[in-house]
Every structure is written in C-alpha cells, then in structure tokens.
Design a protein around this ligand. Structure first.
Ligand code: FES
Length: 288
C-alpha cells in the first residue's frame, strides 16, 4: 500500500470550481440527504470533482467541496486520502491502472501484471508514461477476489487477467478504445471457472417463471438434489454395465473418515456435522 499524500504545491492548481452543469448536479445530490447530513454527499462530490479535473482531485477541489458541505478541510482530506478511488496526483489522460496486489490477486499472478505496467507505462507507480496517456499504481483488495487477478481503471474492473490480457487492454487504451470490461477468460461474472454445475435451467434466468413460483421450486429441487447427492455414498456400479459418465458434481464434499460417519450416524453430541452459524461479515461490494 502506498503512502497517500496530497500532491506537492507546484502541481496544485490555483483554484477549483464546478462547471455550471456539475454545480447543478451537486446541488441536487446534496438535496438527497436529510437536513444536517449534507456531509454524506462528500464522496459523490469529490468523485465528480475528480472526473471534471481529468482524473485527480486537487487540494483546492477538496476545500471547494468542503465549503459546499460545511466541512472542515481536514475532514475532506481524510476521506480523499483514505480511498484509493481518489487520485491525489495527475494521472494518465487515457487510463490510470490500479493493480490489486492483495493476497488472492498476488497468488494468482498480480506480480506479472505489475511487471507489464512497469514495462509498458513506467518503472515507478504514479509516474506518467512518456506520452502522458497512462499511469499505474498497486492498490489493496478491490472486492473482486473471486476473479483474481484484476485491475481497476476508473470505475471499471478487468478480471481473470493474464499478462497477455493486460497487454491488450493497454493497447486498447492507448488507441483511445474502451476495452471489454469484466472477466477476460470468457466466464460470466464470478461463475465457477469450470462452468455452472447447478441452476443450469435457462428458464430460471429468462424471466419466464416470474410470478409463477416455478423458478423457486426448480431452484429448491436442484439444491435438494445436490445435497442428496453429497449425503449418500455413490452406489456400486455393476462391473459389466456400460454406465454413462457421471456429470460433474456441484461442490463435492471431501470424503469423511469412517469413524466420524459412525459417530454421526449414532447421533453423538460430538458430531461435527452441524451447520455453522452465518457469517456476520457484510457482503463484499464489487465496484461498478
Ligand atoms: S485480492 Fe484482489 S480483488 Fe481482492
């Protein structure tokens, strides 16, 4: 994680003000919050200021937003320096590439993505490429760990990346094109990389079951079938039978030692087969 400080004085502009259009938007945004809670609009206003200024938020912009919301400048500095969505230095005109370097992404090859950034953009993070079009930095988890390794550029994420994918993405940005966002390996969203193994009925997703209750019933039946398949030992196959290959099982459970099965069958109080209470962690938020 890099140290996040405001840009040096020589890079700061004299002043900042929203355009008429952005000012109108800002007033409407502030009005969405209850009386006395206008400071809650600080993040959307800072983001709009960043977009207006070409990808980074200057100290005058932070003070301007603070004045609009009745906040002391230090309160705005705290927010802008905490969230890596806010850039504190001028960044590449076409793309500022944020490479996630947290454990899941690092284990899946983030270091090789960083090597590409060093070679294609600049050896050091937060430096502009020779053309001024690109810059990069390493950031902490962006909440897309299932699709590691990944990068974020502005509000978009590019996931399941190989170094070759990143080269193509950089090529596209250099040409002024918009690369395809999301997973780069063909999977949709964060589905299993091996393909769907449950809830595969297309009518579950095409809207045809809306309001009929059939979708829920079908989903329950699929889940129950999967659970039943896990709970029961596989039947012995007749030696001579030419059985068709079994379909891949969803979330196959690891084999349990016979002793544990015996204890569980007897209803022992020591059984470890109890479902754990739900996690109290909030759902991860995936950047849009
Ligand atoms: S560790 Fe990279 S997105 Fe979470």
């Amino acid at each position: 994680m890099s140290v996040r400080r405001l840009a040096p004085q020589e890079l700061q502009p004299e002043s900042f003000a929203f355009t008429a259009e952005n000012l109108d938007w800002a007033h409407k945004t502030i009005a969405k919050y209850p009386a006395g809670r206008q400071a809650s609009a600080v993040i959307p206003l800072l983001m709009r200021a960043q977009e207006q200024a070409g990808g980074w938020v200057s100290e005058p912009a932070m003070r301007y937003v603070g004045d609009m919301l009745g906040m002391a400048p230090i309160r705005v500095y705290e927010i802008a320096t905490f969230y890596t969505q806010f850039q504190l230095l001028p960044v590449g005109r076409k793309a500022h590439i944020q490479v996630c370097g947290t454990t899941p992404c690092m284990l899946k090859g983030a270091e090789n993505l960083i090597k590409v950034c060093k070679r294609r953009i600049h050896d050091e993070p937060f430096h502009l490429s020779a053309s001024g079009d690109l810059s990069w930095e390493e950031v902490e988890c962006a909440g897309a760990c299932v699709n590691a390794p990944m990068i974020q550029v502005w509000k978009d994420v590019y996931e399941d990346l190989t170094p070759e994918d990143l080269e193509k993405i950089i090529d596209a940005f250099e040409k002024g094109e918009q690369p395809q966002v999301g997973p780069q390996n063909g999977r949709r969203s964060s589905e299993p990389v091996t393909g769907l193994r449950a809830l595969t009925e297309p009518s579950l997703f095409d809207g045809s079951m809306v309001g009929t209750g059939a979708g829920l019933a079908a989903a329950r039946a699929t889940i129950e079938a999967a659970r039943a398949g896990e709970a029961q030992p596989a039947p012995a196959q007749p030696a001579a039978a030419a059985a068709p290959p079994a379909p891949p099982r969803w979330n196959p459970a690891p084999a349990k030692p016979p002793a544990a099965e015996a204890v569980k069958a007897q209803g022992s109080a020591d059984s470890t087969g109890q479902a754990k209470p739900g996690s109290d962690k909030p759902d991860a938020v995936k950047p849009n």
